[in-house]
Each structure stands twice: as C-alpha cells, then as structure tokens.
Design a protein around this ligand. Structure first.
Ligand code: S3P
Length: 427
C-alpha cells in the first residue's frame, strides 16, 4: 500500500496548465467514437486508470485504437463485436453505467465488472429503466451489483422521468434511445452534467430539448460523424488546488483550460461565496465553454450552507469540506445522499478523516455539518477513494498530513503529486 506525507506549505503563486484532462469527457470520447463509421481523433485524452479502462473496452468491442501519449485515434469496427472476455471497468462508475446503456441495444453477450469498490456500487438506477424497455440485463443482488451481464437486443422507445439527477443514468438512457425503435423522452429535475447531449449533438445525433423539460432522442438511422476534439482540463481535479489557494494565506493559482460548463463549476462559486477571490475567464467554446479560473486567498473563509444544485458539485464536496473545516463558523451540506454511493461513502469517509484531524462534525443521512477550526496533522485512510486521498493531501498544506492507500489517485489525476510538489514537499 503506497503512502505519502505532505509538508505544510507557505504562500504560493502558480500558473497551472497541466491539470488532468476531463474524466467525464474522456470516457465519452472512448465510447461515442464507437457510434461513428469513421476515425475519431482525441487530443489530451485523460491517461487515468478509469478512462483507459473505457478505451480498452472500446478496443475489446472491435475498435482500432492508436495512442501517442494523450493523443488518441479511434477507428470503430463496421459493427461492434461480441468480446471474448469480461469488460473490466476498473473503479469507474461512468464506464460501467454508460457502457451498459450503449450495449443493451447491440446484438451480443457482454459481461461488465470492475474492482471491489465498483462491484459494491448500485447499478439498479440504470438496470431497472433499461429492463423496463426490454433490455436483458442481470447481475448479483437481483441485478443491482456487478458483474453485470447484458444480452443486447431490440429496445422499446421510452418516456422516463428520472427521480435522481444523474448524468450517468441520463447518458445510459440516451445511448439506449439511439438504438430504440422510435423516439424516446428523458427528463431530470436538475440538469446534470450535459457532456453527452453536447457531444452527441456535435456528432449529428438528433436530440432536442423540449419546453416541458424532456429531452427528445431520435434513434440513429445512420452512423454519426466522428469526434475531433481536444479534451479540456477537469474542473473537479483543478478544484483541489483551488481549495489550496483559498486556505493558504497570500496564495493564488491560475487553472488553465478547464471546461467552464455551469454543471461543473458550482463548487468554485461556493468557494467564492465563502470569501475566496474567484475569477472565470472564458476563452473559447468547443462543445463546451472553455477557459481559465483564477483562485486567490482573500482572508479567512466564512462558513456556508450547501443544499441546492448538488449534482453540480457532488464530486467536489470532499475538497470543499476541507475549505469548510478551515472556515469561520459551522458549515452544512444537505440533500447530498448521493455522496454515500460514490467511490466510497463520502459522507462517513470525509467525516472520519476530519475527526482524525481534530475537526468537529455531525453526520446526517443526506449530509453533514463541519465546525470550522484548524486542521491538524493526522494519519488519513483514503478508503481507496481518489478524491478522499487528494482532498486530505490538500488539507496537509496547513499542518502536514500522512495519507495511506494513495494508489487510487491514478484513477483520475496521475500527475496530482507532481503539481502538489510545486507547492510543497511531498515525501
Ligand atoms: C459522471 C457523473 C456523476 C459524477 C461522476 C461522473 C459522468 O455521477 O459523480 O464522477 O461522467 O457522467 P452521477 O451521474 O452518478 O451523479
């Protein structure tokens, strides 16, 4: 088990152009290239374990993949092939849930699995709606747990109003709708990250947004145009360093070329509400608004209450909790039950580790309270969750930190420690 020790930092001023490429968009690049009949070219593909798993699966399904560093070319097969082995999604919920949707309408037999953490995460959120339109899917615990088996075949069109705001569920259903017999409709209460809609529209899919909140999806009648895309940097990965500059006096960081999609930058706005100086600098618009975010220390942070637009900051809540632990007053997070079914139960894992650092907390079923104070050095368990490991590495900039089980950082942000070393010593 790999460990790291983070040494307290003093003020830093950094321009950072090497934040990891966006994980959500990279997964979709690997998968959606299979919907074309021509070669897709992807620059700046995330070389994390999660997204490389998606790329391997594309290959197992018959695509020819050539990769030169983070530049990837994907030539899809004429027809997707039945793989001869299990499709290993590693730690990636996005890989397994989206591929289940994509494959449920493809002729063939597919087995999808992943690591012990992924095999413990609920799949019925995609399995149930897919079964209701005729998909033949099964798995452990009545189809709720991987390994999942998919026997692809004909799918009915659907009209589905989802009770959870999940881009993974929405994307799985949109991908299945592309193979359904007629046009389908999908609705969610809060717009979850919309990379799937944006990218498929760019590839020529017929997707419309109706005034009653439903997305209308027409089945594919011919292959889509290929993707030619440069993946922006991931604001969820950049956010660890945003928190670092908000809590270390007199620090500032410029995070370059992130997606500024509003469903992805809500945590930066909360950090701004807490008192940090945050500037958004949009530079271009390719599938998504893309630009830089500058975050600067602006005095001690104030406490905050977070209870809305949760899907827009769900991945950033562990790092935001570090900012809350350093703020004046008690912060509260609610309506965030989804945190319990991420790579770990992020409510109990964040609170357990904050308590080890001497921070007082209160746990609720759907959230928590954090009493701001000073984070002290402790021994942290990542619980195999990349975002817990990286959040507490940032917490260590205050008084030092020993973090155990850090291999998981490779899933989403392989150069995290390299960037951290520009701020402090990491042993
Ligand atoms: C993702 C959607 C979110 C997010 C995950 C990536 C995606 O999950 O937490 O890290 O790429 O679609 P949910 O859709 O389950 O909320």
């Amino acid at each position: 088990m790999k460990k790291m020790s983070v040494v307290p930092a003093s003020a830093f001023n950094l321009n950072c152009s090497t934040i990891a490429s966006d994980k959500s968009i990279s997964h979709r690049c690997a998968m959606f290239s299979l919907l074309s009949d021509q070669k897709s070219t992807i620059e700046n593909f995330l070389l994390g374990e999660d997204t490389l798993a998606s790329l391997n699966i594309a290959q197992q399904l018959g695509a020819t993949v050539t990769r030169n560093g983070s530049y990837v070319e994907i030539t899809p097969p004429k027809e997707l092939q039945e793989p001869s082995d299990v499709l290993d999604c590693g730690n990636a919920g996005t890989a397994i849930r989206l591929y289940v949707g994509l494959l449920s309408g493809i002729d063939g037999y597919f087995v999808l699995s992943g690591d012990k953490y992924l095999r413990a995460r609920p799949m019925k959120r995609v399995v149930n709606p897919l079964i209701s339109i005729g998909a033949k899917i099964d798995g452990r615990a009545n189809g709720n747990l991987a390994p999942l088996t998919v026997r692809g075949g004909a799918l009915e069109a659907f009209r589905y109003h989802s009770s959870i705001d999940s881009a993974q569920v929405k994307s799985a259903m949109i991908l299945s709708a592309l193979r359904a017999k007629e046009k389908s409709y999908y609705k969610e209460n809060l717009l979850s990250r919309d990379h799937t809609e944006r990218m498929l529209l760019g590839m020529g899919a017929e997707i419309s947004f109706l005034t009653d909140g439903y997305i209308e999806i027409m089945p594919l009648t011919s292959p889509l145009k290929p993707l030619n895309i440069r993946v922006p940097s991931d604001p969820s990965s950049g956010f660890f360093f945003a928190v670092a500059s908000a809590i270390i006096p007199n620090s500032t960081i410029l995070l370059e070329n992130l997606t500024l999609n509003k469903t992805r930058v809500e945590a930066y706005k909360i950090l701004q509400d807490m008192g940090a100086k945050v500037e958004f600098i949009q530079k271009e618009n390719i599938y998504e608004p893309i630009g830089d975010i500058r975050v600067s220390y602006n005095g001690k942070l104030s406490s905050v209450s977070v209870n809305s637009n949760i899907a827009w900051l769900i991945d950033e809540l562990p790092a935001l909790s570090i900012a809350m632990a350093m703020a004046k007053g008690t912060s509260k997070v609610s309506n965030a039950k989804e945190l319990r079914v991420k790579e770990s139960d992020r409510i109990s894992c964040v609170l357990e580790n904050l308590n080890r650092c001497g921070i007082e907390t209160k746990e609720y079923e759907d959230g928590y309270e954090i009493v701001g104070g000073v984070i002290h050095k402790a021994i942290i368990d990542s619980f195999g969750d990349h975002r817990i490991a990286m959040s507490f590495a940032i917490a260590g900039l205050v008084d030092g930190m020993d973090i155990e089980d850090i291999e998981c950082i490779e899933t989403s942000f392989p150069n995290f420690i390299e960037i951290l070393k520009e701020i402090t010593e990491v042993l």
